[in-house]
Design a protein around this ligand. Structure first.
Ligand code: GLY
Length: 325
């Protein structure tokens, strides 16, 4: 279906967000890759990730190298309580990390879920992609695989995270408090060559049930990429993002002709308009199309993203869309 036909069809089908999203597509002018890098990441800490990814591309690295090294910046940053070292633990006091990496050229991916003892789950995820016949490894299997791949066991509970956990346990001596926080770092890299890669990394929700896995390490939910269309990553409440296969849905809508903003708007509407939705849902997506256009949208919380086009990087605030009743 051509773009114009898609839009006509979407309007007829009541995909109202296409007209009312209140956001515009940015950059890009056709189906040809722009010939310069476009890098988008969730949250203000995505700025560091973008700068790192850009420097990897500049020194000849691939889109996959860039996205891996890009998100490692947040995994190493102790001050970020939702990713890597510094991430808050589950309700037993154990940090369980989720990450995935995905190659839009081959549709190959790798992921680890509930990984313990390693501060850089995205590196282990890449090894799963490249050195195992599998897509996802979880828990102890993921940790053993990491050791077999030459990673050494590391402390993953930072002092600040330990203190926050102790405070939480004092408030919730039975360990039954609500899980909180879900600020995944997701990044999409469109290299000048037109190759696209995506990655997500997250400690999931603080105080989650041991073994809980969100959207971030699940291909099609937290991330998706296809060089023929674009790349998308998500952040927010994984349980809600997964119910609509969020990132895959964004890319498939783009494949049918929607702009990144239109596709994200429709996907957020699907999350928001379900009957019985939880009022505290927050979810956000960022996406880049193969022609370099980018888009972003959020429900439920103030959301910022970092965008690099060529050599220029900025952090942009996104006004949350209203939830549908
Ligand atoms: N989006 C991160 C999570 O729900 O775990």
């Amino acid at each position: 279906m051509r773009r114009r036909d898609f839009l006509r069809h979407a309007a007829a089908a009541g995909i109202g967000c296409l007209a009312t999203s209140g956001v515009r597509s940015h950059g890009g002018s056709g189906d040809t890759p722009p010939g310069f890098p476009v890098i988008i990441s969730t949250w203000p800490f995505g700025r560091e990730a973008n700068l790192e990814a850009l420097s990897v591309l500049k020194s000849g690295g691939s889109a996959l190298d860039a996205v891996e090294r890009g998100v490692m910046t947040a995994e190493a940053d102790e001050s970020i309580s939702t990713v890597g070292y510094g991430g808050f633990p589950n309700r037993d006091g154990t940090v369980q990390l989720d990450a995935a990496i995905f190659d839009g050229s081959t549709l190959d991916g790798g992921a680890v879920c509930a990984l313990t003892g390693h501060r850089h789950p995205v590196q282990v995820a890449r090894k799963v992609m490249e050195n195992s016949p599998h897509l996802i490894l979880v828990g102890e299997g993921a940790s053993s695989f990491a050791i077999a791949e030459g990673f050494t066991h590391q402390e993953t509970l930072s002092e600040a995270a330990r203190a926050a956990y102790q405070k939480w346990r004092q408030k919730h001596p039975d360990g039954q408090g609500k899980a909180e926080g879900h600020d995944t770092l997701g990044q999409v890299v469109l290299a000048a060559s037109g190759k696209i890669a995506a990655a997500c990394t997250s400690s999931g929700m603080a105080w989650k049930l041991p073994g809980r896995v969100g959207d971030s390490p699940i291909v099609g939910h937290g991330l998706y990429a296809d060089d023929a269309v674009g790349g998308c990553v998500a952040t927010g409440v994984g349980e809600e993002i997964s119910k609509v296969c969020g990132s895959f849905l964004v890319i498939e809508l783009m494949r049918q002709g929607a702009s990144p903003d239109q596709a994200i708007g429709e996907t957020l509407d699907r999350i928001a308009r379900r009957p019985g939705q939880i009022p505290s849902i927050s979810a956000a997506f960022v996406a880049v199309a193969r022609d370099g256009r980018h888009g972003a949208g959020a429900i439920g919380s103030d959301f910022h993203y970092a965008i690099t086009r060529g050599t220029e990087t900025q952090v942009v605030k996104v006004k949350p869309r209203n939830r549908k009743g």
